[in-house]
Design a protein around this ligand. Structure first.
Ligand code: ZN
Length: 500
């Protein structure tokens, strides 16, 4: 057998195991009977470890090093070269951490997640503090082992967004800060604020579900290759080819969280449904990066879902679903209400204008922790100071501050920037799609989102992991990452909404 065919066959075994693990995760997070969860979690751990062990085995390493030899490389197609590149990078990264450190870190983080749940409930940062200290210590140790050029933080960032560095992030953050801080102030001081009380009421779960399904269909989600279920914490999960599932959460007093949540998850899901089937079970069948993944969900949720065009088509259906609530509410009032800007303490409740500030707070703090410029004990104070600086508000308790996210207790330092990158990528990619597709806005106004989806399929989804995120963005949009697209998008949109 040719070496590259060996790689494909080894990799298909890895992906079958990953499919099995994903199905177990989906079940654990949706419908598993409560008593079954403990045993299932053990089985899941075993299956995931099998996949991991296979991908880091000496045999797999030997195969990859043969594939990386020049003579072999010359006989490979571009796709095959990409498979070798992606598999080799993942292999080296995983192998650079000794198994015992890996084990220590996963035991520590699963404990610390449980401690965090209580610490948050009891508003007690001090009970989490020793765990975070150890997480930072081990993360610094791992960063040294992964290796980096300039900044230990970069070594962690690399695990979520290949090629990204703190320096590059700062470059895109600076203009966001200098433009958006005064812009938010202007909105708050001079803007005409929408009436958001029109969004409150009683909304039956059944009607909400129907609406979510309808919206998902409009954005191109294929129900024959997925399903929609209900959970406490909404998520999307790709179980395998033609099986990408989404979940949402229904709140009776308000239907917009389920609607926009479904559209958000739908954006993630159509990305995975659009991955190149010809490359299935290979290392490059997958999303390019977390940031690119998030760009697809945010584009659908915010740029499309909360646009005047989409709503001018979809709002009549909302009125039909909830006639007593919206019969006498105009499209304009509804559009403005779902685009309300309000600095909030909680990241996941933030609007599109203020969201990135939440990420800047976290990015600057976690980078300082990694560089040793900040101690864990100083986190709550530093958090509050940054919140005041960027958002003009400060939490009264750590529960609404430094304790709100699970990421740090889970050991995911370096994850947060991908949310912000998602916003920036989305605006840049959408700007290019708008240039390429004639009358895109008019089409969306008529309910045709599929022209956009087709463009995304071709330029983003079908690429899988053939390119690194930086290259994908360059090929798809012709430009390097540039925050001015996002700035123009939010400033134009919200100046109109707030009459400023
Ligand atoms: Zn998302």
């Amino acid at each position: 057998m040719e070496l590259i065919d060996q790689l494909k066959s080894e990799y298909s075994e890895i992906s079958y195991l990953q499919n099995a693990a994903a199905l177990m995760v989906w079940d654990l997070r949706t419908y598993i009977p409560p008593k079954g969860a403990e045993n299932r979690a053990e089985a899941l751990g075993y299956v995931s470890t099998l996949a991991f062990k296979k991908a880091v085995s000496d045999e797999f390493g030997a195969l990859l090093s043969q594939l990386n030899e020049r003579a072999t490389q010359e006989g490979l197609t571009d796709d095959e070269k990409a498979m070798v590149r992606v598999a080799t990078k993942a292999y080296k990264r995983a192998r650079s951490i000794p198994p015992e450190l890996h084990h220590r870190f996963s035991v520590l983080t699963s404990k610390s997640e449980r401690v965090w749940e209580r610490a948050r409930k009891e508003n007690s940062f001090s009970s989490l503090e020793p765990y975070l200290e150890e997480i930072v210590d081990l993360s610094r140790e791992m960063a040294e082992l992964y290796g980096y050029e300039e900044n230990p933080y970069d070594a962690l960032l690399e695990g979520y967004e290949e090629g990204m560095t703190a320096r590059k992030l700062r470059k895109v953050i600076e203009p966001l800060k200098s433009e958006l801080i005064p812009f938010v102030k202007k909105i708050l001081d001079k803007g005409t604020h929408p009436d958001t009380s029109i969004l409150q009421g009683m909304f039956s779960k059944r009607a909400q579900e129907k609406l979510s399904r309808r919206a998902l269909k409009f954005i191109g989600y294929d129900f024959d290759a997925g399903r929609l279920d209900e959970t406490v914490h909404p998520f999307t999960i790709g179980i395998g080819v033609n099986d990408v599932r989404v979940t949402t959460k229904y709140v009776i007093e308000e239907f917009t969280p389920s609607l926009f949540g479904s559209i958000h998850e739908g954006g993630h899901a159509i990305y995975e449904q659009g991955l190149p089937i010809s490359l299935k079970d290979t290392p490059i069948y997958g999303a390019c990066s977390l940031g690119i993944h998030e760009s697809q969900s945010r584009m659908m949720e915010n740029i499309v879902g909360r646009s005047k065009e989409f709503l001018s088509f979809f709002y009549p259906q909302i009125q039909k679903a909830f006639p007593s609530n919206f019969r006498s509410v105009s499209l304009g009032d509804f559009y403005r209400a779902v685009n309300n800007v309000k600095p909030s303490l909680i990241r996941i409740e933030a609007d599109e204008v203020t969201y990135n500030f939440h990420i800047m707070v976290r990015f600057e703090l976690e980078e300082a922790l990694m560089k040793g410029d900040l101690k864990v004990s100083e986190l709550p104070g530093a958090w509050n100071a940054k919140m005041r600086e960027y958002l003009g508000i400060e939490p009264e308790s750590n529960r609404d501050g430094v304790l709100q996210d699970i990421h740090w207790p889970s050991g995911m330092i370096g994850y947060f920037p991908s949310y912000m990158l998602g916003n920036l990528y989305a605006a840049q990619i959408y700007a290019k799609a708008r240039q390429d597709i004639p009358n895109l806005e008019k089409r969306i106004e008529k309910g045709d989102v599929l022209a956009l989806v087709d463009w995304l399929r071709k330029n983003i989804h079908a690429v899988g992991r053939k390119h690194e995120p930086e290259r994908l963005l360059k090929v798809a949009t012709g430009k390097e990452l540039d925050s001015s697209y996002f700035l123009k998008y939010v400033i134009d949109k919200y100046s109109e909404i707030y009459f400023i």
